[in-house]
Design a protein around this ligand. Sequence first.
Ligand code: SPD
Length: 402
Amino acid sequence: MSSGSSGHSGRTASAAFLYSFSLLNGVGRLALAALVGVAAVIVSTLMPNDVFASEQVKKDENSLYILNWSDYIDPSVLKDFEKEYNIKIHYDVMYSNEVLEAKLMVGKSGYDIIAPSAHVLKRLAENGLLLPLDKSKLKNLSHMDEDKMAKAATVDKDNTYGIPYMELSTGLAYNKTKIAALFGKDFKVDSWDLLFKEEYLKKLQSCGVAALDSPSDMLCTALLYMGRDPESTNKQDYTDAAHMMHAMGKYVRYFHSAQYSNDLASGDICLAPAWAGDAQLANQRSLEAKGEEIVYIIPKEGALMGYDMLAIPKDAEHVDNAHLFLDYIMRPEVIAKISNYVRYANANKDATPLVDPEITSNPGIYYDKETLKRMHIVVPPTEVERIMTRTWNNVISASSEK
Ligand code: SPD
């Protein structure tokens, strides 16, 4: 298995783009996205596919190019797949849906498997960028949980383009020891107040607060906190949410969607909005390293939930291999192994008995009925997504200037 980059120039550029993008501020992001668009046109004009010698094509036949979120697979699963099918996996990681979408829009991403969140899969499919799955090659679909498939089908009619990979929520993670030291041992953390109220943020600044670099997660959570509709189509709601984000940005150390998990584990930060599994991983690592608990909660005001999907881009070059991989991932023992490693819930009903009970009994991961009442699946229409992206780029620019 190769990771992070690949022998194909387009894909190497992709990996570099994915990494650099996460380090840029709002203006830089727009400029880079535009540049990549122009570069893609030039490269595809100068280097038509047939410049690759047929020998080279043959050599690449037994390959599979995957783009997935960071910390989102058990590496042994990739190795086992390679061994069983004699297919070489080239694996890149990404940190945001926005970057994935930009890559797919430009075209020739070079990937055979991608992992968009459900609402992004919907847009990619609407824009003709995904391949309908060949279900005759996916015998293990029978193991999937019907309810979760039905939820995914609300954005992907008849589950045409994707299979749900992991189910996740966007809650609040904090270091129990450090929060007790700051606010007293009887202080109850059950609200987003800690992340959005200045009086708390001022205190928390000393032990460190981070936030996700994800417009929909952050802005829709802010709407929930403000008691507004997290699926609002009213521009003013996003202006108000952005106002709150700007205030929060003054106290936040950074906006990044992966770094926070390591930093919670090492004690470099003490609070962050977090995706369920990443918070659990931070907890596991923090307990091992320092004996300090990282607690993950679904605040009383509610939280977002959703699915990350696996899908095949329309222009994928290894379509058969991609189907083999999807079917492999739906084997209950394989997806259970991944859940046990990444600590996210999966959508495979026959895998549940194989998942560590410590994970299945955690209501922040496998939601109980009570918790589910406070969870919201958000599917922003394209117009709203545009407003959110613009708003978010301003928040990031302002915060990087502080
Ligand atoms: N470490 C895995 C993180 C997966 C995050 N998925 C993004 C969800 C966006 N709402």
